[in-house]
Design a binder for this molecule. Structure first.
Ligand SMILES: Cc1cc2nc3c(=O)[nH]c(=O)nc-3n(C[C@H](O)[C@H](O)[C@H](O)COP(=O)(O)OP(=O)(O)OC[C@H]3O[C@@H](n4cnc5c(N)ncnc54)[C@H](O)[C@@H]3O)c2cc1C
Length: 424
């Protein structure tokens, strides 16, 4: 039985909004709190891909050999601000430790357990919100420019095979036929037909948020600064005033680390900053999102133009943006798409909330029985938002969904993988 206080969800990004909706499904009264308008944090600017076929952790076996070259390229896909290195070292250490064959396999199973069910949990919310026009289901293609890149990517297909994810290797001509606006002479691609994309991540968040309000949800735009606790319970969430709560959900993306700390849990969450450049008059239209792994960015046609989104920058939450990284994607895209008009691109910076093993935290707090954590989705937060919301709501209300998720995944998935206090 719920007392008269609401469930409070801290953070109205895509993960928080989906969590709030799944709590409403369970009959909860819900209050969402965010210092920004809903959906305007990192969830605003992603590439819009719902990567149902995601099975590869970022920390793949052998990654350590690629890192120096990635960091040394002037317009490289990954950059590190030297001043941030000391703070980042423990995260890097855990990242490398996660890249053993055994650990990467474990992460792959966990990622797949979430991503493979992304649409199953997102579509009902989207349908209820009347926002189906914002979803497209044409899959996506990973593009490889050289035969060496394609050969290396083919080796990684064993992960698709083990997880049962459909995929097709496209040699150069087949790739060009699938996406005619790509330049001639690229080596090929790997098409993953499952999943799709949204035509506007912000419009999607706003539609879902509207549904939340229509169903009686309250929204407060304010900074959460702390909590009132009593024994193993949180009794109030603080902004400029205290809001009594039945239970609290921390879905604050990359900022969740500070809030978790206030609740007595330290977590190895950091941010892989990423940029986008939105091109309003691109002159080309893609049939589906294309991902350029060696450049670490994706290209997606959206309602308001073509979005180039990606790259990784390790610089924490406070360093100023380096929008040259957004514009460098335009230079590279102009090479990949000869007809592309890169004029008037609008740059944006976002903060991926990243765990070293690519597996998010979806867990009850070890310190407080009525606090639940849902953060750390890294490159896959849009994809995994709805399934996370469903899992958190079932954790909080004690229903069977979690158990059924574990047993229905193709390989037994240890729930320990999603725990906040899992060891790296
Ligand atoms: C360039 C780029 C491309 C990407 N492409 C994809 C993609 O194609 N597919 C995919 O699945 N994922 C993608 N991602 C990842 C995805 O965008 C994120 O994982 C996801 O948006 C995280 O959602 P969230 O709700 O956890 O965080 P956010 O959207 O950041 O929401 C967290 C919210 O919490 C609020 N908040 C934080 N602290 C407080 C506080 N103390 N008080 C009040 N409010 C607070 C913030 O204001 C924010 O609105 C991409 C990310 C980037 C950067």
């Amino acid at each position: 039985m719920q007392n008269h206080s609401p469930s409070i969800v801290v953070g109205a990004g895509i993960v928080g909004i989906c969590t709030a909706l799944y709590l409403q499904e369970k009959g909860r009264e819900v209050m969402l709190i965010d210092r920004l308008p809903p959906g305007e944090g990192t969830s605003l600017g992603n590439a819009g891909i719902i990567s149902v076929g995601s099975v590869h952790p970022e920390a793949m076996p052998g990654i350590w050999k690629d890192i120096p070259a990635m960091l040394l390229q002037r317009q490289g896909p990954v950059s590190l601000r030297p001043a941030y290195l000391p703070q980042m070292l423990p995260w890097f250490y855990s990242f490398l430790a996660s890249s053993s064959e055994a650990r990467a396999e474990k992460s792959s199973i966990a990622i797949n357990a979430l991503s493979s069910r992304a649409l199953e949990f997102l579509q009902p919310l989207v349908a209820k919100a009347g926002a189906q026009a914002l979803l497209r289901q044409e899959g996506s293609i990973y593009v490889y420019e050289t035969p060496a890149q394609l050969a290396k990517a083919k080796l990684k297909c064993a992960y698709y095979d083990r997880r049962g994810v459909d995929h097709e290797i496209l040699e150069g001509a087949a790739l060009k036929a699938a996406e005619p606006s790509l330049r001639d002479g690229l080596a090929g691609g790997i098409s993953v037909p499952a999943g799709g994309n949204t035509l506007s991540p912000l419009a999607l968040s706003r539609s879902l948020f509207k549904l939340f309000q229509k169903q009686g949800g309250q929204f407060i735009q304010a900074e959460v600064t702390g909590f009132t606790t009593q024994d193993r319970l949180v009794t109030a969430v603080h902004t400029d005033k205290a809001h009594a709560c039945h239970d609290a959900f921390i879905t604050a993306g990359a900022y969740s680390k500070t809030l978790a700390k206030q609740l007595g849990s330290s977590v190895q969450l950091d941010t892989e900053r990423g940029y986008h450049l939105q091109l309003p008059n691109p002159g080309i239209e893609l049939n589906r999102p294309l991902l350029f792994s060696s450049r670490a960015f994706a290209v997606t046609s959206m309602l308001d133009g073509l979005r180039l989104a990606g790259t990784v920058e390790f610089a924490g939450l406070k360093a100023p943006a380096n929008y040259a990284r957004a514009h460098m994607m335009a230079e590279q895209a102009a090479y990949l798409f000869p007809q592309l008009n890169t004029q008037s691109g609008e740059p944006w910076l976002g903060y991926r909330p990243s765990m070293p093993d690519t597996v998010p935290v979806i867990s009850r707090s070890p310190k407080f029985d009525n606090v639940f954590f849902g953060f750390g989705h890294g490159h896959l937060g849009l994809t995994q938002a709805a399934v996370t919301g469903a899992m958190l709501s079932s954790l909080a209300t004690g229903d069977e969904l979690l158990n059924s998720m574990v047993s229905s995944s193709s390989v037994q998935m240890p729930m320990q993988q999603f725990k906040i206090d899992r060891s790296f």
